[in-house]
Ligand binder design. Structure first.
Ligand SMILES: C[S@@+](CC[C@H](N)C(=O)[O-])C[C@H]1O[C@@H](n2cnc3c(N)ncnc32)[C@H](O)[C@@H]1O
Length: 285
């Protein structure tokens, strides 16, 4: 067995003992990271690896320990206090990307941008799209702008985007220029959508590291989803599409809320696990 394999085995045991859900994958990624940064897991590399493994064993998310994550075509910086993008959101982004590609020069709005994962994916995957993203948390805005800078500099593993992405600080669509009202082709978001009563059931990685404001959508969880569906009727162009990630337990409520505000063609999209993951609807023509 090579020394790196032996290290991975040892780290796996340590992470498994700490209750980390995917100890072998995490062990491999941590060892690979140290080899890439320090050249090997010996000497300084051993001390570096030990520090990183301790953080992961304390249930700090792997993405924060590594300082990065992957989302669709992008490698993104992660920062403490900023929501870590999840794989299921790649499907949500994909629905918006497919819709935006059907338009030349689509205008796309993404409130609740976090690291900028959805907005930047639209930017690199849809040529000519103009994207305006917002977040109410200054740490998220700073991280999304950092990631935008890295994409523009060609450092994020995707082709250069024209400087057509704006990341604004503020509440949902309020920071957008008023002239965009009624002109947006696609409104996409992964808003906070969990009820406050879920807090006790979260794994330490979520409870101690994802900000509460990124997770909880008001007391019953549906407040921000409902505000965004109402906003869609004012900000989308006639025929424009809204795509919102939802709690799979609330798909019926999301459908009803979209219909109640007058949106049409209301549907629910499933993720790769088969869970109801997004509500989609159009502004009536
Ligand atoms: C679930 S996270 C999603 C982040 C990112 N879109 C993603 O999928 O990885 C929700 C984000 O919404 C932001 N947020 C919460 N309430 C907001 C509001 N009223 N206006 C703008 N952003 C808000 C949070 O700060 C957080 O970054």
């Amino acid at each position: 067995m090579s020394r790196d394999h032996e290290r991975i085995r040892q780290v796996t045991e340590r992470l498994a003992a700490a209750g980390v859900p995917s100890p072998r994958v995490d062990a491999r990624l941590l060892v690979e990271h140290v080899v890439a940064v320090a050249g090997s897991c010996d000497g300084c590399g051993a001390a570096l690896l030990d520090g990183l493994v301790s953080r992961r064993a304390d249930r700090e998310p792997l993405q924060l320990v590594l300082g990065r994550t992957w989302f669709r075509e992008l490698e993104l910086r992660c920062a403490p206090g900023v929501f870590i993008p999840r794989p299921e959101t790649e499907i949500v982004a994909g629905v918006a990307i497919d819709e935006a590609r059907r338009h030349g020069a689509a205008i796309v709005a993404e409130p609740c941008t976090g690291t900028g994962a959805i907005a930047l994916s639209v930017a690199v995957e849809v040529s000519g799209a103009r994207i305006v993203a917002t977040d109410v948390d200054p740490r998220a805005v700073a991280t999304a702008r950092d990631n935008l800078g890295r994409v523009l500099a060609g450092e994020a593993g995707a082709p250069l985007v024209a400087d057509q992405v704006e990341i604004l600080d503020g509440d949902l669509l309020a920071p957008l220029a008023p002239e965009l009202r009624g002109r947006i082709d696609v409104l996409v978001a992964n808003p906070p959508y969990l009820p406050a009563s879920d807090r006790g059931s979260w794994q330490p990685e979520v409870a101690d590291h994802d900000p509460d404001r990124a997770l909880v959508g008001g007391t019953d969880g549906h407040e921000v989803v409902e505000r965004l569906l109402a906003d869609a009727t004012a900000w989308l162009r006639p025929g424009g599409l809204v795509v919102l990630e939802i709690d799979d337990r609330r798909a019926g409520d999301a459908r009803a809320a979209a219909t109640a505000v007058g949106l049409t063609a209301v549907d629910v999209v499933r993720d790769l696990t088969g869970a109801d993951r997004a509500v989609v609807a159009r502004r009536a023509r």
